[in-house]
Design a protein. Structure first.
Length: 297
C-alpha cells in the first residue's frame, strides 16, 4: 500500500509532523508512506486563474496513492487555515483527487484532549460535495500532552499509545483494500473519468470483489446511523414503541408525564411550566410564550 501523509500545518515546528515521520518509519514493512508539506500552498482564492503548481503536485500524488493520512493540530476547535486552504483547492474546478479516496485522520496537541474537535471538523469537511472522501470510521488517534509523548529521537514512548496507533493503522490498511474497487469508479466534476486505477477498473469488478466484502473484519461496526447509533442491518423491534410514537399517542404538548419529558424542573416555582398551559413555558409576565417555547428565566 502507498499512502500520502499530509502535515496539517505550515508551521516550522510541529508535533504532527513528528507523528507522520514516526508512522513512516514504524510502518515501513506494511506500507510506503510519503510525507507531504503544505508550506508552499497559497491561500485559496477563486480569482486565481491557474491552480498553483504545489497544489497540482499534491493532487497528482493523491491520485497515485492508495489513500491519504491527515495529521492535524487543533486551533480554536478547528483545523488550521493552511490545511483548510489546501482542501479548498482540492475541491475546486476539475480537481477532485479525494473523491472515493480512503482517508485516515490522526492528530497531536499539547492539551489533554488531543485534537478531538479538529478531527470532527475535518471529518465534516471531507464529507462535503466536491470532496466525497471515505474517512475511516471510528479508530480515532488523539494524542495529547505532545511534549511528553516523544523521546529525543522523535519516537513515541508509551506502549499503549503505540499499540492503539498500530490497531488504527491496521484497520486503515484493511479499509483501503476493501474500498479499492469503489475508488476505481471515481469521476471528477467535469464528467471525465478519473485517472485513478483505470487499468484495474474492469478486472476488479469482473472478479466479483464488489463494493462490500462481508468477510472483511474492519475492527469497527458496519455502516451506522449517526443519530441513533443503530446499524442499518438491524431489524427494528416493532413491539417497542419509540419515544416519538408515545408523544403522538399520549401527549398533548411537551409535558408527557408518563415518559418524563418536560421543559423544565417539575413545579419548581416561577420558572416551571403548568399543566394547565398545555406544556407551554410561561414568559416573564406569567403568560405562555407561544412564539419560542422558551422562558426568559
Amino acid at each position: 500500500m502507498k499512502y500520502i501523509a499530509i502535515v496539517g500545518t505550515n508551521a516550522s515546528f510541529s508535533y504532527n509532523r513528528k507523528l507522520l515521520w514516526y508512522m513512516k518509519k514504524h510502518f515501513n514493512n506494511q506500507a510506503q508512506i510519503e510525507v507531504v508539506e503544505i508550506t508552499d500552498v497559497p491561500l485559496f482564492c477563486e480569482d486565481i486563474e491557474e491552480i498553483p503548481t504545489k497544489v497540482l503536485e499534491i493532487a497528482r500524488a493523491i491520485e497515485e496513492a492508495d489513500g491519504v493520512i491527515f495529521s492535524t493540530p487543533e486551533y480554536d476547535h478547528s483545523i488550521t487555515a493552511g490545511l483548510k486552504s489546501l482542501i479548498e483547492w482540492l475541491s475546486w474546478g476539475s480537481l477532485h483527487p479525494l473523491t472515493n479516496t480512503p482517508v485516515m485522520i490522526v492528530g497531536v496537541s499539547l492539551g489533554n484532549m488531543g485534537t478531538v474537535f479538529a478531527q470532527e471538523n475535518l471529518r465534516q469537511i471531507l464529507s462535503s460535495p466536491g470532496l466525497d472522501a471515505f474517512v475511516l470510521p471510528s479508530n480515532q488517534f488523539l494524542l495529547g500532552r505532545a511534549a511528553e509523548s516523544f523521546n529525543s529521537r522523535d519516537e513515541l514512548v508509551d506502549e499503549r499509545t503505540i499499540g492503539w496507533l498500530e490497531h488504527c493503522f491496521l484497520n486503515f490498511v484493511t479499509y483501503t483494500k476493501t474500498l479499492k474497487p469503489m475508488r476505481a469508479l471515481a469521476t471528477d466534476r467535469t464528467g471525465a473519468s478519473s485517472s485513478k486505477n483505470q487499468e484495474e477498473k474492469v478486472p476488479l469488478l469482473e472478479e466479483g470483489e464488489g463494493w462490500w466484502i462481508e468477510d472483511t473484519n474492519l475492527g469497527f461496526p458496519v455502516i451506522s446511523d449517526a443519530d441513533t447509533g443503530a446499524s442499518e442491518y438491524e431489524e427494528p423491534d416493532e413491539a417497542v414503541k419509540s419515544v416519538y410514537a408515545q408523544i403522538l399517542e399520549e401527549g398533548d404538548g411537551w409535558w408527557i408525564e408518563e415518559i418524563g419529558l418536560h421543559s423544565g424542573a417539575k413545579e419548581d416555582g416561577a420558572t416551571s411550566a403548568s399543566k394547565s398551559t398545555h406544556g407551554k413555558v410561561a414568559d416573564a409576565k406569567g403568560q405562555p410564550d407561544t412564539s419560542t417555547g422558551a422562558s426568559e428565566h
